[in-house]
Design a protein around this ligand. Sequence first.
Ligand SMILES: [Zn+2]
Length: 298
Amino acid sequence: MRRDETYLGSDAYKTLSNKKVAIVGVGALGCSISLLIAKLGVKQITLIDRDIVEEFNLSTQLLYTKEDVNKSKVEVAKEKLSKITSSEIVTFDTHLDYTNINTVIKDVDIIIDATDNLHTRFLLNDYSKKFNIPLVYNAVIRNKGYCMVVSDNACLQCMIPKEANPKTCFSEGVFQPIIGLISAYAVNQTVNALLEKLNIKTLFYANLETDTFKQLRTVKNPICRACNGKFDYLSGKKTQNMQTHCGGKSFLFYKRDKTKGVKRTKEYTDFGDKVIVYSDTKSKALSLFNREFGEFKE
Ligand SMILES: [Zn+2]
């Protein structure tokens, strides 16, 4: 018998083997989490990420090696994970947003948030609340990290009412130990949520700079829009075309004339229906978009 099956029990193990898990983001957290999830023996793992592997990713993103630079993250992750798991692996090499979330994350039992920007986190939060699918929120920066399961308790918008422009690991850096610690905690919470034996009233906080670990109590905000059925991110009411994330700054534009396939250049990625432009400022990004794809209309 497998050692994890001995620990969990046959019934729990069987339950897990029928579950479908979506991992949004295959960066530092997503790599570590997907390795651990792959070993669990779940039925299906869906990986979503729009990025390619870059040289600076290699120090913190465990699935990638030098040979993988410039390849699609989800495709490399699928290739590596397929060697260590029999779980079915489904990939989406795209930018997840309100226009495609219903097709990309459908029919899953849990969503693991391993993204690096608040806008996508709020979109996942809306989706989790609307369709009653547990969401495992994770974040790491420097040598600190957070993990919280959003279910019928307080949600991410209860905790962070406004979409601020927070510090990211682009500006602050991130250290491997906290990525490992939060990934392990997140996978434990994922298993607990899937087996419906979860303490979901807290936000786990770990700070390896000060050797501090806390369970912070979470409280529902009575005027939280997501908890009151107002899904501004899922409906597209709140779209944001500027994002600061671990790779730097990027700007999202929706195209009027859709095309098929993904095209990548140093300056932008064209996903067919939308384009991500990599730039320091919005005006530079906008002029590039206008030059390549015709005039942008909000
Ligand atoms: Zn809420």
